[in-house]
Design a protein around this ligand. Structure first.
Ligand code: PLP
Length: 400
């Protein structure tokens, strides 16, 4: 007799981010649309990109598609851990050139985005492993932990700690850290990340470091990769993505680094890397080859220049909107090193009250901070991955 997955059944009834956004946020927007006729709506809720793929990437994808259409050049499955040229480009053009970090291509696994990489990685670890997650957090980290039935520990991030959590006060086994952070936009310093690496090494814990917004960092002296921290290769897995830096949200491609030096209880160097390779063979046979050729092009020097233009475009949006919000007296965080603005609700309003007020007065739609965790109560997240023109038009409503 088949029985349902109990843990999954506990996540129904609008307990997940996606359900809440699609039902409650969307429901309020629809109601607003009905009562406000022609009033413009400025959708700043979703972390989805709006700019086109860089031209170098488009060219590479078209070339790849043409090769697939020709019997002389057709290829089928790629290496299940990812195209070797792509893994070499991630090691050479990204980690080595940008941060002087030495990694072997065999330590890099290509995935169909950071979402699946960051949550599936839990399968490397036993079910009783205790998972620490920032609060507020990118919701998938919490939801995947609950789905697996692992114990969850919350690391509070607030104005007092600049949205960088203190070390866990109890012993934990896995620690999700995301910097630059979604939703708060916060970044962590070398010293703050060193403290987490030291904690992980002394407790034989593993840090899962989500660095998908690393290319947005503009502040000086902020690490872009956990491997810039001494000892991190022994205790950290890093997750990267092409989604927000190269507008690949629809192409679906990311990566995950499992250094050979990473060990936990009863493992030898290289063992976890090998286990993940085996898991790839069981559950994943690689991401689309055209997407991988696009990603190789994004990491070429032309590609990187064009990707930087995309990032600058979004960061300009961020500056414009943050300045506009602050001019109205709102307190804002983030926006300098990530495409998110974390806005404090005025006059003690709750996240949802602030959401309603902003929508009603300006047509701007954000995501109530409480959906990202209890410590997000009293905040609203705005995404600036939209078009300049939209941001400028929204500013006019804010000012009026
Ligand atoms: N991690 C964080 C912190 C994100 O904000 C996102 C997307 O918004 C992801 C992972 C997922 O990225 P991908 O599109 O590569 O799956």
């Amino acid at each position: 007799m088949a029985t349902k997955n109990f843990n999954l059944s506990q996540l129904t009834g609008e307990k997940t981010y996606t359900e809440i956004v699609f039902n409650q946020v969307w429901g309020k927007v629809e109601a607003y649309r009905k009562t406000h006729g022609q009033q413009k709506i400025f959708m700043m809720a979703f972390g989805d990109t709006t700019q086109p793929l860089p031209p170098t990437v488009v060219e590479a994808i078209v070339d790849a598609a043409n090769r697939l259409g020709d019997p002389q050049t057709y290829t089928g499955y790629e290496d299940i851990t990812g195209n070797l040229a792509l893994r070499k480009a991630i090691c050479g053009n990204y980690y080595q050139k940008k941060m002087s970090i030495e990694l072997e291509p065999s330590e890099v696994f290509i995935s169909d985005g950071a979402q699946s990489a960051s949550v599936n990685i839990q399968e490397l670890f036993a079910l009783d492993n205790k998972v620490a997650v920032q609060n507020p957090a990118y919701p998938a980290f919490v939801e995947a932990t609950l789905l697996a039935g692992r114990p969850l520990v919350s690391l509070s991030c607030d104005e007092e700690n600049n949205f960088v959590p203190d070390l866990p006060s109890e012993k934990v086994d896995l620690i999700y850290l995301c910097f630059p952070n979604n939703p708060t936009g916060a970044v962590a310093t070398y010293e703050q990340l060193q403290a987490f690496v030291d904690y992980a090494r002394s407790h034989k814990a593993v840090i899962v470091f989500d660095a998908v917004y690393s290319s947005f960092i503009t502040l000086p002296n902020i690490p872009r990769s956990i491997y810039e921290i001494e000892g991190a290769k022994e205790c950290a897995i890093e997750i990267g993505s092409f989604s927000k830096t190269a507008n690949f949200t629809g192409l679906r491609i990311g990566w995950c680094v499992i250094p050979d030096a990473l060990t936990i209880k009863n493992t030898v160097p290289g063992e976890l890397n090998n286990l993940w390779r085996i898991r790839h063979g069981i559950k994943f046979w690689g991401t689309a080859n055209v997407a991988q050729y696009g990603a190789i092009a994004a990491l070429s020097s032309n590609g990187q220049e064009q990707c930087q233009e995309v990032i600058n475009y979004y960061l300009k949006n961020a500056r414009l909107l943050r300045n506009g919000l602050e001019a109205t007296g709102l307190k804002c965080f983030g926006a300098t090193d990530s495409p998110f603005i974390w806005v404090k609700a005025p006059q003690g309003l709750s996240s949802w009250q602030f959401f309603d007020k902003l929508l009603e007065s300006t047509g701007i739609v954000g995501v109530p901070g409480c959906i990202f965790g209890s410590s997000g109560e009293g905040f609203l997240r705005l995404s600036v991955l939209g078009q300049h023109e939209e941001i400028k038009a929204a500013l006019e409503y804010l000012e009026s």
